[in-house]
Design a protein around this ligand. Structure first.
Ligand code: DAK
Length: 262
């Protein structure tokens, strides 16, 4: 649909921001399209989602500067809320998400990648939060998520200086998990997604929730969250199948347990 493509291959879905003429910059239409695509992800069948950008030059070159340039204060706030709501929907999507960053990931582009669980990138990727050079703050969670991922000191330096960093530096500071030649990026993302998709889906979803929710509270409350999500796995068909396979006689064991997501 519109500026966002959605493709499902087995248990892996790929969302592609497709506005290459503007280097996949996020305008209101892109955000609306992405919102609709996220609403349509069927977690009964999809077990992992890849997010990428169309073309070989840019993942997402930020929020649309042309559209933002004429906003009033109230419109700016509304635009920020629209982006934050969509990014939060992506971040809390029950299934894991992998950002395959294939080029520029600036401003809102860096921010949307940070709303995914895992980031990998191509060797031509460029990350940065250039907002203070444009007279604004990083508005789609950049001040919040960057510090949580790479630590407060590095995040403050990157945001205050508005300096862009290349793939190798993004890897060094832990912003991305791995760097690939451009042509190997999507295959690597798919391979990782398929590996995730082979594991018990209820358990994987509960791990995501435990990590995300646990990081927002103190350790005692976090462990209670973990206990509940651990308990939630029991009595599922998947738990019975996973443990049953481990305990089965050697000749009856299977390499890949056919988890049914129930
Ligand atoms: N917005 C709109 N159009 C963009 C764009 C962007 N962010 N980035 C690139 N484009 C467009 C260019 O205008 C150009 O369009 P035409 O002139 O061809 O019509 C086309 O994409 C190709 O771009 P270039 O010709 O510039 O390509 P180059 O290879 O020469 O340069 C570049 C690539 C990525 C270095 C350059 O385009 C660039 O610097 N782009 C801007 C990058 C940037 O500053 N991004 C951060 C945007 S600010 C908030 C909410 C959200 C945000 C902040 C606050 N709140 C509510 C508080 C988010 C802010 C941002 O993301």
């Amino acid at each position: 649909m519109g500026f966002v493509d959605y493709e499902v291959d087995g248990a892996v879905a790929t969302i592609t921001i497709n506005r290459p003429k503007a280097l996949n910059a996020l305008n209101s239409q892109v955000l609306d399209d992405l919102n609709a695509v996220l609403d349509g992800v069927d977690i009964n069948t999809v077990r992992c989602v890849i997010l990428t950008g169309a073309g070989e030059k840019s993942f997402v070159a930020g929020a649309d500067i042309g559209e933002m340039s004429t906003l009033t204060k109230a419109e700016g706030e509304a635009f920020g809320k629209k982006g934050n709501d969509v990014f939060r929907k992506l971040e809390t999507l029950p299934v894991p998400t992998i950002a395959a960053v294939n080029g520029f990931a600036l401003g809102g582009g860096c921010e949307i990648s940070m709303s995914c669980d895992i980031r990998i990138c191509s060797d031509n990727a460029l990350f940065g939060q250039p907002e203070v050079g444009l007279g604004i703050t990083p508005g789609f969670g950049g001040t919040q998520r960057l510090a949580r991922i790479v630590g407060v000191g590095i995040a403050k330096q990157l945001i205050y200086t508005a300096r862009n960093i290349k793939a190798d530096e993004a890897y060094r500071i832990g912003l991305v998990n791995a760097v690939y030649p451009q042509e190997e990026l999507l295959p690597a993302a798919k391979k990782m997604a398929e590996t995730i998709a082979k594991n018990a889906p209820i358990a994987v979803r509960n791990c995501k929730k435990a990590i995300n929710d646990g990081l927002q509270v103190n350790i005692d409350d976090a462990l209670v969250i973990e206990e509940k999500l651990f308990g939630d796995c029991f009595e599922t068909e998947d738990q019975k199948a996973g443990m049953g396979n481990f305990l089965a006689p050697k000749e009856q064991k299977v390499k890949v347990v056919p988890f049914k997501n129930c």
